[in-house]
Design a protein around this ligand. Structure first.
Ligand SMILES: N[C@@H](CCC(=O)N[C@@H](CSC=O)C(=O)NCC(=O)O)C(=O)O
Length: 285
């Protein structure tokens, strides 16, 4: 059963409305905010949905204030949903200590470790609770959803699409963490949320999931800046995902290396129109 949502703000944008809502999440057991861009086409009937997952330190605000995505969503007639990146204010000891773990760093997994497992269920929140909430409160087209994200949120988008075959018609990512079991951010997060058994980690590792994926053909669009410091520190490892998917006919990865671009929202804003075009090919077919 979807719960009630409360409108926190509403701002006219590109003929539509950029709204922010709050609600009490059953999965996360805390109050959460999420942003929804309603395109002008919503006035005439149901529209498809694109989910955006943000990266470390972000809230529901980063994409809507920095990426310039609304103009592209308005052009294609897509509702855009941006959740926060973790539960908030759960009074878990250490939840606000690190910028890359705990608050702002939910990593889109369902935690199994005792300390975190009651609240840190971002995978179920994003793939189940939030879509039900959106379907109950907005006039969206059933079966027409796609997902994209950035960095930790790019990892989240890849994992959601690969673990839920058919739920998302398309997936794309900006500078995603592609191989979390093999990079410092992922190892820290997975150890903390999932424990030390690396077999369990594979359930949320895009490289493992891409090898075993057997759902409808999935073309993954990735943009990666060559001047991204996190790419150069080997936090992202997109080439590993390209290698992991080569033997699986159902998964193809189109990796665009973008010369001189960094990890920031300037990079995202530069290519977000192409990502909306990618999703439109599947959602508006
Ligand atoms: N510790 C730094 C860096 C945080 C940072 O760069 N976060 C990225 C995502 S990184 C991977 O998930 C981000 O999207 N930041 C928000 C933004 O608006 O740029 C810091 O705290 O700044």
């Amino acid at each position: 059963m979807a719960g009630t949502i409360k409108l926190e703000s509403n701002t006219k944008c590109f003929g539509g409305n950029q709204k922010v809502f709050s609600h009490l999440s059953e999965e996360l057991k805390c109050e959460m905010k999420f942003a929804v861009y309603e395109p002008p086409q919503l006035a005439a009937g149901p529209v498809p949905v694109v989910y955006w997952l943000s990266g470390l330190t972000c809230t529901e605000q980063n994409f809507i204030t920095k990426a310039g995505g609304q103009q592209h969503a308005a052009k294609h007639g897509m509702l855009v949903v941006c959740p926060d990146t973790s539960p908030r204010g759960c009074n878990i000891e250490g939840e606000d200590t690190d910028w890359d773990f705990g608050s702002g760093a939910g990593f889109y997994v369902d935690a199994t470790e005792e300390k975190w497992k009651n609240n840190y269920r971002m995978y179920s929140y994003v793939t189940d609770e939030l879509p039900n909430l959106i379907a109950a409160n907005f006039n969206v087209t059933p079966g027409k959803s796609s997902i994209m994200g950035h960095s930790m949120g790019g990892h989240g988008a890849l994992v959601c699409a690969l673990k839920k075959p058919g739920q998302y018609l398309s997936v794309s990512a900006f500078a995603p963490i592609c191989h979390p079991s093999a990079c410092p951010w992922g190892i820290k997060a997975f150890t903390g949320y999932l424990g030390t058994d690396k077999n369990v980690w594979q359930e949320y590792d895009a490289c493992s999931l891409a090898k075993s994926y057997s759902g409808p053909p999935l073309q993954i669009l990735i943009d990666q800046g060559s001047a991204d410091n996190f790419y150069n520190q080997k936090q992202l490892l997109p080439e590993d995902l390209v290698s992991a998917s080569t033997d699986n006919r159902n998964v193809s990865v189109v990796l665009h290396m973008q010369e001189h671009y960094d990890h920031s929202y300037y990079f995202i804003a530069s290519f977000v129109g192409q990502h909306f075009d990618h999703h439109a090919r599947y959602l508006n077919a």
